[in-house]
Design a protein around this ligand. Sequence first.
Ligand code: FES
Length: 76
Amino acid sequence: MATIKVLQNGPYQVEGDDVSVVDTSGEQYALAKRPFYLCRCGASKNKPFCDGTHAKIGFKAAETALPGGGGGPSKG
Ligand code: FES
């Protein structure tokens, strides 16, 4: 099982051994460690991974899930 945690003012933290990240052609990125972090601010120079730039640019985001499991995905 994989868990994606939305970090306040930061990236998505991804935990779990049964998850992979693939590019648009389906090629897998090498994941050297767990957890790993996916960029949420859009400013990383190492997308799709976080490189810490969110802290330098003052990225602010503090979304929270609704009690009872609400706030799920919209059609993508
Ligand atoms: S969330 Fe860390 S660089 Fe974008």
